[in-house]
Design a protein around this ligand. Structure first.
Ligand SMILES: [Zn+2]
Length: 483
């Protein structure tokens, strides 16, 4: 492998900068409904992406053919693309400096899922279906299982050489039940994964040492209770308490994406949107308070086992915890080397490509809400009249993340500090600035991370993300079904 990477570096000599990502994937996907396997397949994917900076412009090309002749062609395509792009580039791209790293990162895998046979996996999956089926009123059980074994080598013309070996396991669980309110579905929070049903690591990270029994039973019980819940009412500007799973999608949409520096600069405006706080940031010399003291938000890819765990980004920049908002004041963005140079700050390791086939872009990785000084129970007890929303479902957000609406998996009315009737079809909606200013309680005892996917860019790139937070209270409007 080293010979191959050296060959590409040699072929690209004479350009301002060049980097290579050589990647190997071994993936398994098993989808199943009602104890029937609907899809089961494994696939391998290997290839190389090369990025060249020449005359102040980027060129990029990728290939699965790793023969010398084809590598020469691939480097030439990337160089030509940079040349063409440079003819229309008004401001030549410059890169902020990063330390040169030589490192090998291998995530520990106590129970290697590659050593579990397909038959054993299917047997386990069918067992999970049985556990979800807690009642005859469960009409459908859903178990989707996926693993990725990824190996990546990153080399740059500046001398950075990183190898990253990363196993990922992910189980999505769901149930559909019938009851007095009709037919209701319950999926893991945010249509993604609870902290005990996946992440970066081996089979042991599932449940208790690979045992998902309790999680599966909870899914079935939640679907059953929702099928007997009442429809959510419409309540304007009320105190809403959000659980950590709802917080995952909330922080992803209203803080994570707007904190990506390419959005702040308006580069993503035509595709994924921009940022309502563009022009208000510290980078323009104007530190701005955009939320209450309880709004402190971090991005930290280095937390072990998180779904998007990494210690270096796809430019070889060391990752670190970045404080995006500190007690309501805008502080940092998530950066590439290019945007860090433009804004005069240090790169913080937020460039990612889904695979070697794509040019890396700035992506939120593990954005989460910091903790406060309340206990989660106290927040409910302190709420005279309000609503408690658990689990996130579907987001609807405008391009600038100014208006947001996110539905929950379930909800409860709060009366005099106690949870009363269970609700289905709950959607909270607010404008982001007013909502962030309204937050008046944040727990310190139940912060959790959840896993899901995210899409960004053109061509669109998928990607694993982690998000989360503790229980929190703010003012928003509740909408029920059909409103
Ligand atoms: Zn996203």
């Amino acid at each position: 492998m080293e010979d191959l990477l050296q060959q590409v570096l040699d072929l690209g000599k004479g350009n301002e900068y060049l980097d290579i990502r050589l990647e190997f994937f071994q993936n398994i996907v098993i989808k199943s409904i009602n104890e029937e396997i609907s899809k089961a397949f494994t696939y391998q994917k290997n290839g190389l992406g090369v990025r060249i900076l020449s005359n102040g412009a980027w060129g990029f090309a990728s290939t699965q053919d790793l023969t010398k002749d084809n590598l020469l062609k691939t480097v030439e395509i990337a160089r030509k693309m940079a040349q063409i792009e440079s003819n229309r580039t008004k401001t030549p791209i410059q890169l902020a400096d990063i330390p040169i790293s030589e490192d090998r990162v291998e995530v520990n895998c106590e129970i290697d899922f590659r050593e579990i046979t397909l038959e054993e996996k299917i047997k386990e999956i069918l067992g999970w279906h049985k556990e979800i089926h807690v009642s005859d009123n469960i009409m459908r059980t859903i178990v989707d299982y996926a693993t990725i074994a990824a190996r990546k080598l990153f080399w740059s013309s500046e001398g950075t050489k990183i190898e990253f070996i990363r196993p990922i396991v992910n189980v999505n669980l769901g149930a559909v039940a019938k009851g007095s309110s009709g037919v209701r579905a319950y999926y893991q929070p945010w249509g993604g994964t609870t902290p005990d049903a996946g992440g970066t690591g081996g089979h042991e990270i599932l449940g208790k040492n690979g045992d998902l029994t309790e999680t599966c039973q909870t899914i079935g019980e939640k679907a059953m209770s929702l099928a007997n819940a009442k429809p959510a009412p419409n309540l304007r500007n009320i105190p809403i308490v959000f659980d950590p799973a709802y917080m995952a999608l909330l922080v992803h949409e209203i803080v994570g994406h707007p904190s990506e520096a390419d959005r702040v600069l308006g580069w993503e405006a035509a595709w994924a949107g921009s940022t309502w706080w563009k022009g208000l940031s510290k980078d323009e010399g104007n530190p701005t308070k955009i939320g209450s003291e309880y709004v402190t938000i971090y991005n930290d890819p280095t937390i072990p086992n998180n779904f998007a765990y990494m210690l270096y980004d796809d430019e070889g920049t060391p990752c670190k915890r970045t404080t995006l908002i500190n007690e309501g004041i805008l502080t940092e963005r998530m950066h590439s080397r290019e945007t860090a140079f433009i804004m005069g700050v240090e790169p913080n390791g937020a460039m990612r490509a889904n695979t070697y086939e794509y040019h890396p872009i700035i992506r939120q990785i593990n954005v989460y809400w910091g903790t406060g000084d309340w206990k989660s129970d106290e927040i409910i007890e302190d709420t005279k009249e309000g609503v408690y929303l658990l689990g996130a479902n579907i987001p609807s957000i405008d391009d600038q993340r100014f208006n947001w609406a996110i539905s929950s998996q379930e909800g409860f009315l709060i009366k005099n500090g106690e949870l009363t009737g269970q609700l289905y079809s709950c959607t909270a909606t607010a404008t982001t600035p007013a909502f962030l200013q309204s937050i008046d309680a944040l727990a310190g005892d139940d912060q959790l991370l959840f896993w899901s996917g995210c899409g960004k860019g053109d061509p669109m790139q998928g990607g694993t993300v982690s998000n989360g937070g503790p229980t929190m209270r703010g003012i928003a409007t509740l909408k029920g079904p059909g409103s």
